[in-house]
Write a protein that binds this ligand. Structure first.
Ligand SMILES: Nc1nc2c(c(=O)[nH]1)N[C@H]1C(S)=C(S)[C@@H](COP(=O)(O)O)O[C@H]1N2
Ligand SMILES: [Mo]
Length: 324
């Protein structure tokens, strides 16, 4: 068929689209032509592009902490905010970016309770002010075998722990995520025993690496990444880092954890990244860095404690195969 060249269809898309977006589309079309992207991938990529054009997050100032930087390049904001695990908003990686808009992050109160001298309920905006906000670039590795490098904003959880003064019975810390059916569509499904709960031993929680996080990439946390406050524990599999926390409880007994209750053979309490202990259904020796997933890209070797060897002394004398 012959196409009539009218003034309206001779305009090149490069003239009406910002150059960067245009370049991305061109790259995208090349990849489709090369057969590198399947149907599901196509949809996911379209969603990512849409999201990037809507980003209007609030800035969050923080001082870069030079002790926590990496030479590896950062994961793009787009990947970090559109490829998520947040089952309260659906089990597909693309779900949270699409459905977490319904999460209301103000007002928000975090209750700190249990074996402490000074239990308190802190409004999120007061909690954010108890210590200076730092930017720390951490690797985070999911138990599923992928990882990201993200500039998080927050401070060591130890700042909060010291403030509430744990008593001598406090041996563990339990984190509880919000579970509100009216805001979280995923709660309709019994994939996990809601609310999402996670836990740490007291010395792990006090380790400076254990980050209480309020933001990433210079902005407040996007809802899908766990707004308004989450944990980031870079030496443990990603699921230990609970999102959208409403309660922090100090206990004398080891707390139950959501993933351990669901699949005790697969997910233990410690869940330190360990390339030598396979998941019962797959190897943990390697990982795919999100953004490096071209067909010819080699996977990376997973490192013990995800490369954070400074935590090793917390586990000296423990059999990390038994305490997985
Ligand atoms: N409340 C809650 N927290 C959660 C999850 C979840 O489903 N619900 N998923 C965990 C898993 S499996 C991972 S890998 C990380 C992912 O964090 P990210 O989406 O910011 O990369 O969040 C963790 N925290
Ligand atoms: Mo994960």
């Amino acid at each position: 068929m012959l196409i009539q060249r009218t003034p309206s269809n001779i305009i090149l898309s490069s003239e009406i689209t910002p150059r960067e977006v245009f370049e991305q589309r061109r790259q995208f079309i090349k990849q489709i032509a090369a057969g590198a992207i399947g149907g599901a991938g196509l949809l996911a990529m379209a969603n990512r592009e849409a999201f990037a054009q809507n980003a209007s997050a609030q800035k969050l100032a923080a001082t870069k902490n030079p002790a926590y930087v990496l030479t590896e390049s950062k994961t793009t904001y787009k990947d970090a905010t559109t490829y998520n695990n947040y089952y309260e908003f659906g089990t597909d990686k693309a779900d949270p970016a699409q459905t977490a808009g319904s999460l209301k992050t103000r007002p928000w109160t975090v209750s700190i309770e249990g074996e402490v001298n000074k239990p308190m309920k802190l409004d999120i905006d007061s909690l954010m002010k108890i210590a200076p906000l730092e930017e720390r670039i951490y690797r985070l590795r999911c138990v599923e075998g992928w990882s990201m490098v993200i500039p998080w904003i927050g401070f060591s959880l130890s700042n909060l722990i010291k403030k509430v003064e744990p008593n001598s019975k406090a041996k563990y810390v339990e984190f509880t995520s919000l579970a509100d059916k009216s805001q979280m569509p995923g709660l309709r499904y019994g994939v996990l025993d809601w609310p999402y709960v996670e836990g740490l031993r007291m010395d792990e929680a006090m380790h400076p690496l254990a980050l209480l996080s309020f933001g990433m990439y210079g902005e407040v946390l996007p809802n899908q990444n766990g707004a308004p406050v989450r944990m980031v524990l870079p030496w443990k599999y990603g699921f230990k880092s609970a999102k959208s926390i409403v309660k922090i409880r100090f206990t004398s007994e080891q707390p139950k954890t959501a993933w351990n209750m669901t699949a005790p053979r697969e997910y233990g309490f410690y869940s330190n990244v360990n390339p030598e202990v396979d998941h019962p259904r797959w190897s943990q020796a390697h990982e795919r860095r999100i953004g490096e997933d071209g067909i010819f890209t080699k996977k990376r070797n997973t490192l013990m404690f995800n490369g954070y060897s400074e935590v090793a002394s917390l586990y000296s004398g423990m059999d990390l195969r038994k305490f997985y």
